[in-house]
Ligand binder design. Structure first.
Ligand SMILES: *Cc1c(COP(=O)(O)O)cnc(C)c1O
Length: 487
């Protein structure tokens, strides 16, 4: 029976392990939890044997698409293949068994790793200081916007509450602005898909706290006017933020600090390897200029007498944005990745990522529209607009059909300014054979759209779950299993 839950497998009395009766004296009543906090009916957990649990989750894992199962060209997400060596290192008890409250003299190795990763990222980004605390890219944006506000306020310039965001930005950018109590001003991109400098100039005034820029932007295009933009923003008294989620295109080649950015986040789970996509832990370290360093989240690492310590006493800090020191095991993977590749390897990874994206772009242009012509960076944004107009087949149908070929769909309908967008990011980790297989499938699907569109409207055909009812899933989601649902 498909889609069985563990509850369906449950039978009273089944167990994985049975604990022996305790042979230590029972606690005295005053040592127990207060009566009000003691549960008298057991929780409604499924009762299953260990092989049943193991097989249940192995089956679910096998049904799910993942980067170990196939090519995953999800643009803007950098779904690169993550080396297993990093996983093994992060799982080592010396890292994974650490307690955040362990005495600092006992965890100097872990603190050293945090310090070394901060310094490496600062060097890669061209920034004065890095904090690993934010647990995701969005959290990094939020952190830096708070830092920006604190910096403006500290100078007595507290009327700046507007943040300018280009219309190609990732949705987290305006969301972070709103979370910081600021107002978003969206600016339209120019015909070349880049920031329209005169639009930006018109929007800048003394109410603007910051401009958020993604470079390369979400169309996979490098913002060639970035130096000019930085000057304009600073002349207007505002700060310039770099959404660094696309660092995979430029690491080792160009640094946000050198482009005039005051702060940047990177997504360790994108650029520096960590499995993601299932909502697993991420990490969005931020780098800032020397002026902004005093405002970074607490605690900060300091070193004296050869000993690293956490410093909480930083009066200008915005406070903490996450428990303890961020998602530490993601930092372990990232540092392992950095050491594995080295400076030259990182540079090459970016070159390969850009080459792969251009290879795919070149091969698919013609069959698909290329709304912003010319070379791209690490991802290319194609469009199914002509196909949709001529055949009634939409980007979503193409994406679903790719699943039949064992290929994960690209990102769809983003950036918002491209109709029927298909945003492809092959990453540096895929072989030419894989890229060719993807290209062949995408070309075949374009032919199918013209010859047998119904095949695409009904795709996918071979996945464990066919096309789901997305409206029902969004409007009336069933998120909880209840015993009476069974009846
Ligand atoms: C992924 C992404 C973000 C958000 O990062 P999360 O780690 O998912 O919070 C922001 N901007 C861009 C361009 C991204 O691709």
């Amino acid at each position: 029976m498909p889609n069985r839950t563990l509850f369906d497998l449950s039978d009273r009395g089944k167990r994985c392990t049975r604990m022996p009766e305790p042979d230590v004296p029972a606690l005295a009543p005053e040592e127990m939890l207060p009566e009000s906090q003691i549960r008298h009916t057991p929780p409604g957990l499924p009762e299953v044997s260990e092989p049943e649990i193991a097989r249940h989750f192995a089956r679910l894992a096998a049904e799910n698409f993942n980067v170990d199962a196939g090519f995953y060209p999800l643009g803007s997400c950098t779904m690169k293949y993550n080396p297993k060596a990093g996983e093994r290192l992060a799982a080592h008890a010396g890292w994974s068994g650490l307690h955040p409250h362990a005495p600092q003299p006992c965890v100097q190795g872990a603190l050293r790793l945090i310090r070394a990763l901060e310094e490496s990222l600062a060097a890669i980004l061209g920034m004065a200081a890095v904090s690993l605390q934010p647990p995701a890219g969005a959290a990094g944006e939020f952190t830096c916007l708070r830092v920006f506000r604190a910096w403006h306020d500290d100078r007595g310039d507290d009327a700046r509450r507007r943040v300018i965001v280009p219309d190609t930005a990732h949705g987290t950018n305006p969301a972070s602005v709103a979370r910081c109590g600021c107002d978003v001003t969206a600016i339209e991109s120019g015909d070349d898909g880049r920031v329209d400098v005169s639009e930006l100039e018109a929007a800048l005034d003394e109410t603007v706290a910051a401009v958020m820029l993604t470079n390369p932007n979400t169309l996979g295009l490098f913002e060639t006017q970035v130096l000019r933009i930085a000057d304009m923003v600073h002349d207007a008294g505002a700060l310039l933020y770099c959404d660094g989620a696309n660092l995979n295109a430029i690491m080792g080649h160009a640094r946000p600090g050198d482009m005039g950015f005051d702060a940047v986040h990177v997504n360790l789970h994108k650029t520096f390897s960590t499995p993601h996509g299932g909502g697993g832990p991420g990490s969005g370290p931020v780098g800032v200029s020397a002026d902004l360093e005093p405002f970074l989240p607490v605690p900060r690492l300091t070193e004296s007498d050869g000993m690293l310590r956490w410093d909480w006493d930083r009066p200008k800090s915005i406070g903490s944005v996450h428990g303890f020191f961020g998602n530490f095991l993601v930092a372990v993977r990232a540092y392992a990745y950095l050491l594995t590749l080295g400076a030259e390897g990182l540079r090459e990874a970016s070159e390969q990522a850009v080459l792969s994206a251009n290879y795919v772009r070149q091969a698919l242009t013609g069959a698909y529209d290329l709304p912003y012509p010319g070379r791209c960076m690490h991802e290319c944004v194609l469009s199914a607009q002509t196909i949709a107009r001529e055949t009634g087949v939409h980007a979503v149908d193409i994406a679903k059909r790719l699943l039949d070929f064992g290929l994960h769909p690209p990102t769809m309908y983003f950036p918002l300014i491209v109709e029927e967008a298909l945003m492809i990011e092959p990453t540096e980790t895929e072989s030419l054979v894989t890229l060719d297989r993807f290209i062949e499938a995408a070309l075949q699907i374009e032919r199918e759209a013209r010859e047998s569109p119904e095949l695409l409207h009904e795709a996918p055909h071979v996945t464990p779950v066919r096309r789901v009812d997305e409206v029902t899933a969004a409007r009336w989601p069933v998120l909880r299993w209840r015993a009476d649902d069974e009846a």
